[in-house]
Design a protein around this ligand. Structure first.
Ligand code: HEM
Ligand code: HEM
Length: 280
């Protein structure tokens, strides 16, 4: 396998998917076992769509969308196809987030509860608005081919930085929301008396942090980055692994005309591997 430390990558990916999956089970058990279930009736069961869709869509799906370029078995797929998958998953996550917001605003209006008073709602709405901007800019710059190459390359560090900043803000927002809901909802016994629901949902919060931490780890490893198209095309077996030792050829250009958005890390990684003969 061409990827350096492939086993560690597989371990991190499996851990992220498992923790994300368990978080989904936890949020569903919270609303069905401890709370009122799910419905669209202006009551608490309508509010419950809010945490369910945020955790499954805006956190879990967004996390997977962020690491999708890093899956080594997709390196033989075209970059365009991977862009569609990355954009598609992000669009789906955005749709989940919007339905989740409609649920909570509709519930507040039906119950005459004021809107947008909490820090949770301010940071949360800002994250959703920035996310929509990131989506529009991503589509315009990387999917619509009229964007000049230099602009694509120049914008990439900002795209990655803002993507990760939004993802981290969404996780922070979820923790605030969970805490608020436990304080509002638990009366007898109260939150401070640690009833089973409080402990259970605290664990959900910890799982969400662990999921975010693993995703951020995967996406910040330079050696796990998808190699640039130029490198992939120079390999006889086109990314199936055995050609890893050939990486590092044709790596001298600063901006790859075939893949302007691929950053230099992969190239540095490739060069390093070839120099030290570490590839297996
Ligand atoms: C309300 C965003 C996750 C609990 C809100 C509001 C926004 C928002 C914008 C304001 C709605 C209004 O004023 O009518 C987000 C985002 C999340 C998220 C972006 C992404 C993770 C969660 C989670 C919970 C939660 C996981 C856990 C139960 C609440 C509660 C309210 C609320 C209790 C009503 C009180 C308030 O406005 O602060 N959320 N939320 N949220 N959210 Fe979230
Ligand atoms: C890479 C986030 C939407 C195109 C990335 C990365 C992040 C990210 C964190 C770094 C991935 C890595 O290093 O492996 C987001 C978020 C989005 C979004 C949060 C939605 C709000 C889009 C859209 C496109 C796009 C709509 C259009 C196709 C790209 C491209 C890369 C990238 C081309 C570079 C991949 C590479 O060369 O390895 N994105 N993105 N993104 N994104 Fe997005």
């Amino acid at each position: 396998m061409a990827m350096e430390n492939f086993k560690q990558f597989l371990f991190a990916l499996s851990a992220a998917v498992s923790v994300g999956f368990v978080s989904t089970i936890f949020v569903l058990r919270w609303v069905f076992y401890f709370k009122e279930g799910l419905a669209w009736d202006g009551e608490f069961a309508e509010f419950n769509w809010h945490p369910v869709l945020m955790v499954t869509g805006f956190i879990f799906m967004q996390g997977i969308a962020i690491v999708v370029y890093r899956l080594p078995w997709t390196w033989k797929c075209s970059k365009l196809m991977m862009k569609f998958i990355h954009a598609g998953l992000n669009i789906l996550a955005f749709i989940f987030a919007v339905i989740s917001l409609v649920a909570v605003f509709d519930f507040h209006n039906a119950q005459n509860i004021p809107n947008m008073y909490s820090l949770h709602s301010w940071v949360g709405l800002a994250a959703v608005i920035l996310y929509s901007l990131q989506l529009v800019l991503g589509v315009c710059i990387y999917l619509i081919s009229i964007t000049p190459i230099y602009l694509r390359a120049a914008f990439m560090p900002l795209h990655v930085y803002s993507g990760l900043l939004i993802f981290a803000s969404v996780i922070t927002t979820a923790l605030m929301g969970i805490t608020e809901k436990l304080i509002f909802g638990l009366k007898y016994p109260k939150y401070k008396d640690s009833p089973p629901e409080a402990n259970f949902v605290n664990v959900l919060g910890v799982l969400i942090v662990v999921f975010g931490a693993i995703i951020l780890w995967i996406v910040t490893r330079p050696s796990w980055k998808r190699p640039s198209e130029q490198v992939l095309r120079s390999l006889p077996t086109y990314g199936d692994g055995s050609a890893g030792t050939k990486m590092g050829t044709a790596l001298s250009q600063q901006t790859d005309p075939i893949d302007p958005e691929g950053n230099g890390d992969a190239r540095r990684r490739s060069g390093k591997l070839e120099d030290s003969g570490q590839v297996n």
